[in-house]
Design a protein around this ligand. Structure first.
Ligand code: TMP
Length: 236
C-alpha cells in the first residue's frame, strides 16, 4: 500500500492517506504530552513500543471476536488501519481507583472495585475533555443509542480479555481509555491505541507503575517502564 499525503497530526501520532480510500497509515511519535498538552516531552522509543504493543493487543482482541481497525504492521512505528470516523468519546474503564477518579471522589489510589466502572469524556481539547454520561452523549448527537450500547458492551468485554491477559504477565490492569470509530459501512470498531500511554499498568507483586504516570508525575524511569511492558508483552 502506498503512503500518500499527511491527513492529520495529533499529539502522539500522524495519520497518512494511502492509495486506497478505506485505509490509512498511522505513524507513532516519541512525543509525549500530559494535562491537555501543557506538559511536553519526549519518551525515547515510545512510538515503537506503543505501535507494536497496540498491534499485538488488537490482534489478540480480534481473535477473541472484537472488531478493531487493525490491518497490518508496516514497521516499528507504522501501521495500516481501516479509515474510520472517530466517535468523539473517550471511553474509560476502571478496575481499581487511580488518577482522576481518586482525585474527583477524594479516595486513595489502589481500591479494587467489586465491578469495573465505565465513564465517557467528550473528546474536545478546547473544553478539556469534559466528563459526560450516555444521555449527554445522545443529546450532543455524538453517537446513536445503539452505538453507545455497542461501545459499552465492547468496552467491558475488552476489559475482561485484557485483564486476564495482563494478569498472566504479572501486570494489574488498573484502568484504560479506548476510542471507537465507524467504518464506511457503519460498523463500530475499536480504534486508536492500547499502550502505556492509554492504560495504567501496575506490577502485580510490587505495584510499581509501568505506564505514562511515570512521565505525568515525574517519577523517573519512564523509558525503562515502557521497555519493561514491551518485554512482558512481546518478550523482547
Ligand atoms: P484519568 O484517571 O486521568 O482519567 O485516566 C484514566 C485512564 O485514561 C488512564 O489509564 C490514562 C488514560 N488517559 C488517556 O489515555 N488519555 C488522556 O487524555 C487521559 C486524561 C487519560
Amino acid at each position: 500500500m502506498k503512503k500518500c499525503e499527511q491527513l492529520y497530526e495529533g499529539k502522539a501520532k500522524k495519520v497518512f492517506a494511502t492509495d486506497d480510500p478505506d485505509y490509512v497509515i498511522v505513524s507513532y511519535k516519541d512525543d509525549a504530552t500530559a494535562f491537555d498538552g501543557l506538559k511536553k516531552g519526549e519518551i525515547s522509543g515510545k512510538g515503537s513500543v506503543n505501535n507494536r504493543m497496540s498491534n499485538y493487543l488488537m490482534r489478540l482482541l480480534e481473535k477473541a471476536g472484537i472488531a478493531t481497525h487493525y490491518v497490518e504492521e508496516l514497521s516499528d512505528r507504522e501501521t495500516v488501519v481501516k479509515k474510520v470516523s472517530i466517535v468523539p468519546l473517550e471511553v474509560i474503564i476502571r478496575n481499581v481507583s487511580a488518577g482522576s477518579f481518586a482525585k474527583r471522589y477524594g479516595v486513595e489510589e489502589g481500591i479494587v472495585f467489586d465491578e469495573p466502572t465505565i465513564e465517557f469524556s467528550y473528546k474536545n481539547d478546547d473544553l478539556h475533555d469534559p466528563l459526560l454520561n450516555s444521555y449527554h452523549a445522545l443529546a450532543l448527537k455524538l453517537a446513536t443509542k445503539e452505538e453507545i450500547e455497542t461501545i459499552k458492551s465492547m468496552a467491558f468485554r475488552i476489559n475482561q480479555i485484557l485483564k486476564e491477559y495482563f494478569a498472566g504477565l504479572k501486570v494489574k490492569l488498573i484502568d484504560f481509555k479506548l476510542e471507537f470509530g465507524r467504518t464506511r459501512d457503519g460498523q463500530i470498531v475499536l480504534a486508536d491505541e492500547i499502550s502505556p500511554d492509554t492504560c495504567r499498568f501496575w506490577d502485580a507483586d510490587t505495584n510499581e507503575k509501568l505506564d505514562k504516570d511515570r512521565f505525568r508525575r515525574d517519577l523517573g524511569g519512564v523509558e525503562e517502564a515502557y521497555r519493561e511492558m514491551m518485554k512482558r508483552v512481546l518478550g523482547e
